[in-house]
Design a protein around this ligand. Structure first.
Ligand code: HEC
Length: 172
């Protein structure tokens, strides 16, 4: 009996020892202190749409009875403003990929990266002060909004404030 007990004790000690020798699991890394206080609606209306509107308001023309108003920037500052809006759209794509915002689906990642790509397109056109390219970039940007909304915001009354002549008819 004594013997068995000491064996058991030895075994127990061995088990304990091997347990101790297991490499300790590294502590889970602290998530960066992202401020995710804005919900998707807030992010859309106050960040993404706000930046996109700068682009759309600077592309195309408005036809009045008295003549045509070209919306393209006319000075360095104006083009810079559009370029900055493009940069915000590039970064907005990243904001959609933050943990807590990304629903973890492959197409969401594609739409978010697509948004960033459109932001680059806007920046490129603004840097070149190319109003035709800016118009095209604005239309492509709009298609990217719609593409994601068609999957993830189906019942959305997409009322983005966009000049009629800068986007397809399904703006509403
Ligand atoms: C990766 C996907 C995705 C992309 C890209 C995207 N959106 Fe959205 N958007 C959403 C989702 C999801 C909602 C619905 C949020 C809700 O109702 O909770 C939404 C809602 C909105 C809303 C409604 C906000 C409200 O107050 O109800 C607006 C406006 C909007 N998006 C504008 C845009 C514009 C403009 C673009 C392009 C420049 C864009 N979105 C690109 C996913 C996207």
């Amino acid at each position: 009996m004594v013997r068995i007990r000491s064996r058991l004790a030895a075994l127990a000690a061995l088990v304990l020892l091997s347990a101790c020798q297991q490499p300790a699991l590294p502590p889970a890394p602290e998530p960066p202190p992202f401020d995710l206080g804005f919900d998707m609606k807030m992010l859309m209306s106050h960040v993404i749409e706000a930046a996109a509107e700068v682009v759309w308001d600077s592309a195309g023309e408005i036809v009045y009875a008295e003549g045509v108003q070209d919306l393209a920037p006319t000075d360095e500052e104006g083009w810079h403003h559009v370029e900055a809006a493009g940069a915000m759209i590039v970064e907005a794509g990243n904001l959609l990929l933050l943990p807590g915002r990304d629903p973890g689906k492959a197409d969401w990642k594609q739409f978010a990266s697509g948004l960033s790509a459109m932001g680059h397109k806007v920046m490129h056109a603004a840097k070149a002060k190319d109003k035709d390219a800016l118009f095209q970039a604005g239309a492509d940007l709009y298609s990217m909004c719609v593409a994601c909304h068609q999957v993830y915001a189906l019942n959305l009354p997409v009322k983005v404030d966009i000049q009629e002549n800068t986007a397809p008819d399904n703006a509403e």
